[in-house]
Design a binder for this molecule. Sequence first.
Ligand code: GTP
Length: 422
Amino acid sequence: MRSMRAGLVLHGRLLVTGRSLGLSPTRPCRSTASDSSACELKSKLGPTGAPSSDGARSQPVQEPVLSHQEEMMVRRLAEGLLAQNRASLARAITLLESRLPRSRLVSAALFDRLLAAQTHGASSESFRVGLSGPPGVGKSSFIEVLGKALTDRGHRVAVLAVDPSSHTSGGSLMGDKTRMPELTRDLRAYIRPSPTGGMLGGVARSTRDTIVLCEAAGFNIVLVETVGVGQSEFAVADMVDIFVLLIPPAGGDELQGIKRGIVELADLIVVTKADGELIVPARQVQAEYTSALKFLRPRWSKWKPKVLSVSAQNGEGMAQLWEKMEDFCRLARVSGELTVRRRNQCVSWMWGLVREGAAEMLLNYPAVRRRAKELEQRVAKGDLPPGVAADTLLEAFIGATCREFPLMEQHVEKPDESTSER
Ligand SMILES: Nc1nc2c(ncn2[C@@H]2O[C@H](COP(=O)(O)OP(=O)(O)OP(=O)(O)O)[C@@H](O)[C@H]2O)c(=O)[nH]1
């Protein structure tokens, strides 16, 4: 606790802005050893934004107290979510995606309430599936068929579509409901595009929290779909239980638009469109990947990545694929590795947000921003080693915060080593 306080004093701005962003003061995280989902509910806030991106000064400290209206909103949303009401889920996600400080405050309170209702117990039963593949590989057709098969078996399926290109192309291609017409009409399914503003690795920071909200609303299978753009696949792989890479039935990674390193992250590789004339090339690609995987170090003690081929057009291979996914889920649960993976993901997500928030905060000081430009140029020319430039920039940041909060300097305490970042 002491070290945490020191951190807050040292970065006085964090204290101020963290509060204005609605870091809930009410309760410490009550995560149990058996389930990291409580922490997921609790660690839902994105990076801080003060001073605001336009360089404006941060708001004065404001007590994160909800108005009566906001309290009512939180209660209604929580009740709606727990009653598996889709409209409440949609509203809760919209609230979560908002970057307005009050909205963050309200959504933090909502997560608090869900935590209090012990909904995290339910999410430990959920299964989070990441799906990625190059454009045109057949993701929507695949999800439509798999999703329908799952809802027919009684599962409740949420599909979160992350399209990192949507903020530049102006619209969310992946959110287009015509892509999965049957699943869109299915009352046991819920499809939602994830916006990409304020991205972490190309994935909306709210995507991860949206998974938790969907689980609270009773969706026991969450499919997170991403197109292979930027670093989005890597970010998605780090927020799911199983990561499935879809590959088209054509040779060569580059030809297929598959990024280096992504194959290593796949727990399952699925060659799509294995029908008609494409059966033979699909089987060839399957064989190529099967032998390539032999040389990779498995990420799980009880699971070796597998390669399958399927056709969304005629349904061939889809049942076997789901069987494999279930095998994976069972093994990962029984071995306890799933719990460990989720916990590690929470921690790494937290640090990712801290890094992103700290960089944002740092650059919001005009003086630091100016210094950064100058240092960048010197580093680019080779006049200054990057490490020295980074230290100089951090010093400029500390100088700026100390100038702003002169009393803070006197209170700077040595951070407790046991809790410092690894
Ligand atoms: N033969 C065959 N074609 C398929 C199959 N699945 C998808 N396709 C075709 O492949 C094309 C792309 O399919 P989509 O499902 O839209 O692929 P996607 O990866 O979602 O594409 P984006 O929306 O561009 O990311 C379409 O013309 C589909 O008809 C399949 O199982 N067999």
